[in-house]
Design a protein around this ligand. Structure first.
Ligand code: NAD
Length: 485
């Protein structure tokens, strides 16, 4: 797929066909590293959103009855084809989202793994037979696909988020209508091109790019859509959840986070610093599980800061297509403004800039939305950065003395997605990870997006999880059948 001009813009994929939006309306996609328009994409609205539901509802009648083995076989083909197209998908992710190519390649591999895992799980959906109190009755609990599903995804992992939503849905026998983020529709379009080649029946997967609220509201008010699966900000998630309540639609919500990292003085410090730096600056800090508050035990805070500074000094900022870039741009001007405002607010309230602390505008990065990898020390809880998602390459360091104190501070947020602890004390690792009010805890580990795990948050970070042994649970209903014989 080449980046195309307005004359050959990308279309919507509805009922197995590539179709235009009404009046050939389009919107622009911008490379955040250069601020140049790189593509024009069809701008769907209510009408296109409804056509997609028509297709998904019709296809559901047969797809939900298709044997799981057959659904899984198609998904295996999809997995293979995604990997065949890894490089093209990765380049598209880099162009639209700005992330370094090496990270984009990992994202494609990770997304593919979700397709494979869900294909494997498609055949492991079991019902239950329960003994009745009454000898004349036979009781069965059967699992059935929820129905046509609407999926809405964010820009920060534009490919893997789509793979994580589509693959459990179709594995369970649901059909899907999907709206990717307006900043990053290109890898989604490529995904649908690949799916079309694989030969899924028409209407099983439908793609509508375009105006978010017009598409979202149409899907939420259409009774044929039985579930919404959303990844994005908590603010938008709450709004969608309220609208879904009107028709009791099922919901899965993967929302924002504010991840605490707790570095105890008994940890392997070099390993901890390496992992924290890797996680913090991955995707320029634009990840829901990115470390947001790094609590370091007072006795090792200077040593920790020095080691982290050395690690950060090695990071190269640049266009993601440059082989040696480690940190790309923020997604857009408002993303950059948010980072600047959080750093300025922290400095005004007493934080010290250890390194960075400014936008980056050299070596071809003059027009993009780049910010220097930054470390702040002397951070405290009065600062915005200690409470709101910064979504940028800034590592804020806070100090603590006791386990009780840091657990209380770490939990003092409405978010509950990911938390991390670094310690070599087995008892402490159990006690602290159990006391943390988070859906995921990494112990000496920041790699949480593993397909075998259950990725999801508690509190205002979401409902449900993706991956792991319960991956299809949220796309299935239990039907109880009681028979008198
Ligand atoms: P966002 O909430 O602004 O947008 C997410 C999606 O919702 C986009 O497709 C957008 O077009 C759509 N949207 C926005 N307003 C809408 C409306 N009124 N109706 C229907 N759809 C609407 O989030 P974002 O900026 O794209 O992504 C960043 C956020 O996503 C962060 O908060 C991050 O933490 C979160 N996130 C969470 C996870 C997770 O697994 N928990 C993963 C990635 C990102």
């Amino acid at each position: 797929m080449n980046i195309k001009t307005k004359q050959t813009y990308y279309k919507l994929f509805i009922n197995g066909e590539w179709v235009e939006a009404q009046e050939s309306a389009t919107f622009e996609v911008v490379d955040p590293a250069t601020n140049e328009v790189i593509a024009h994409v069809a701008k769907g609205e209510e009408k296109e959103a409804t056509l997609a539901v028509d297709a998904a509802a019709e296809a559901f009648k047969t797809w939900s009855k298709t044997p799981a083995r057959k659904r899984a076989n198609l998904m295996w083909d999809l997995y293979d084809k995604v990997l065949e197209n890894e490089e093209e998908l990765a380049q598209l992710i880099t162009k639209e989202a700005g992330k370094p190519l090496k990270q984009a390649r990992l994202e494609v591999k990770n997304g593919a793994e979700y397709i494979r895992w869900n294909a494997e799980e498609a055949r492991r959906v079991y019902g239950t037979t329960v003994e009745s109190t009454f000898p004349s009755k036979r009781l069965h609990i059967k699992k059935e696909a929820v129905g046509p599903v609407a999926a809405i995804t964010p820009w920060n992992f534009p490919f893997s988020m789509i793979a994580r939503k589509i693959s459990p849905a179709i594995a369970a026998g649901c059909t899907i209508v999907l709206k990717p983020a307006e900043q990053t529709p290109l890898s989604a379009i490529k995904f649908f091109e690949i799916a079309a080649e694989v030969g899924f029946p028409k209407g099983v997967m439908n793609l509508v790019t375009g105006t978010p609220n017009a598409i979202g509201d149409t899907w939420l008010s259409d009774k044929r859509i039985r579930k919404i699966t959303f990844t994005g900000s908590t603010a938008v998630g709450k709004m969608l959840y309220k609208k879904a309540a009107d028709q009791m639609k099922r919901v899965s919500m993967e929302l924002g986070g504010h991840a605490p990292v707790i570095v105890f003085d008994d940890c392997d410090l070099d390993a901890a610093v390496k992992q924290i730096a890797g996680s913090k600056f991955n995707n320029c800090g634009q990840a829901c599980i990115s470390p947001n508050r790094i609590y370091v035990q007072e006795s090792i805070i200077d040593e920790f800061t020095e080691k982290l500074e050395k690690m950060v000094a090695r990071l190269k900022v640049g266009h993601g297509l440059n082989d040696n870039s480690d940190v790309g741009p923020l997604i857009n001007a408002s993303g950059l403004e948010k980072v600047k405002s959080h750093v300025n607010d922290a400095v005004e309230k007493g934080a010290t800039v250890v390194t960075g602390g400014e936008p980056f505008a050299e070596n071809g990065c003059e027009n993009g939305f780049f910010y220097m990898p930054t470390i702040l020390k002397d951070v405290n809880e009065t600062m915005k950065i200690a409470n709101e998602e910064t979504f940028g390459p800034v590592a804020p360091i806070l100090s603590f003395t006791s386990d009780e104190e840091v657990i209380e501070k770490a939990n003092d947020t409405d978010y509950g997605l990911a938390a991390y602890i670094f310690t070599t004390n087995l008892s402490r690792s159990h006690k602290v990870s159990e006391a943390l009010e988070y859906g995921m805890v990494g112990v000496n580990d920041t790699l949480l997006a593993q397909v075998e795990g259950a990725f999801g948050g508690v509190k205002e970070s979401g409902i449900g999880s993706e991956g792991g042994p319960e991956t299809l649970r949220d796309f299935l209903e239990s039907k109880f059948i009681s028979t008198t014989i």
